[in-house]
Structures are given as structure tokens and as C-alpha cells.
Design a protein. Sequence first.
Length: 203
Amino acid sequence: MRGWRRLRLDGRAGRRRRTAKKGDANKGDGEGKSGSSGEQQTPDPGDASEFKPKHHTDSGGGAEKLKVKGGDNSVQEFGAEADTSEFEAAAAVLHNFLDARAEGNWAAVCQYLSKSTIESFEKLAAHTKGGDTSCGATLAGITNPNAQAALKAEAEKADVGSLRAEGGQAFLIYTTDGTILAMPMADEAGTWKVAGLAGTPLN
């Protein structure tokens, strides 16, 4: 009887040891999975050299037709209507900006941004810990991936109607799906640059 009891106890102990080992193994697996899922991937800013500008045709016509009846038309009445060459140059920059943004090529997006806008992102990146703090990487990190469909639609449908300029500042007024939008622009050494990340609805 004593021998039988010893075998029985040893058997239970063996089962307990095997259960403990299995539990330790599962715990290790869980820790490994947790560790891998906790890793954060650095957003890809894209390659500016891979961006290819597209040709766009705009209706133009000036800001008069883009005024909102009974609304605030301070943007439509800002400064004066730019000449055709200035309008076309600024519109091309805006389209390139919108297309690069739609492709998620943030490095290319930064090529069309004004210096002051880029500097604001550099200040934002300075507060982050490590990693790529370039303009493109910062934009990639703060942009919601779920917004890409809307950005593509805006890039495809954008129709620029007016460039209202005064000194080195201007607003490009464009439409997309019936919405009138204004994008701030800045003249830097004779080249128009985008001075914002998104157009502001005017209607």
C-alpha cells in the first residue's frame, strides 16, 4: 500500500510538473507575441524622385463666379486676380501637391510646401523621441491612412478657378464636387508654394 501511494503521489506530481512546463511554454509564446505586436513601424514618407506630375485642365474664369451668395467672400475679394501665367504656375503647384498627397508620397508633398509650413512640422517633430523627423516622415505619421480615398477623390476632381494675390501671399480657389475651397499660397523667390495642408471650405 505504501508503495502504491508513493506511485500515485509521484504520478500526480509528474502531471503537475508537466502542466507547469506546458504553462511556462504557453507563457513564453504569449510574451513573444506580445513583444512583436508592441513594435511600432516607422511610417514610410515615400520617395520624391518617384513622383511624376500629371497634366490637369482647369476652368479658370476668376473669383467672381465662385462667390457665395450671402456668404463671407473675403477670400474671393482678397487682393486682385492674378494674370494667366501666375494662375497657371500656382495651379500646377497645387495639383502636384494634391496628387502627391493622394499617392501618400509625403516626401514629394514637402517639395511643394512653403518654408514656413515645413518649419512648423520640424518644430512638431522636435518633440518626438527618435526616429525620422523629416517633413515627409512627420506628415506620414500624422495622416490618417483611412483618409487616402478622400484625398484621391479631391486630387482627381480639383478644378482651379482663381488665384487672388497680394504681395507674396495668395489664395488659390478651387472646386471639388460642388464644394468651393481655398488654399493659402506663398511666393518664395518667384515660385508659388502651398502654405497649408488642406483647402478651407468657403461654402
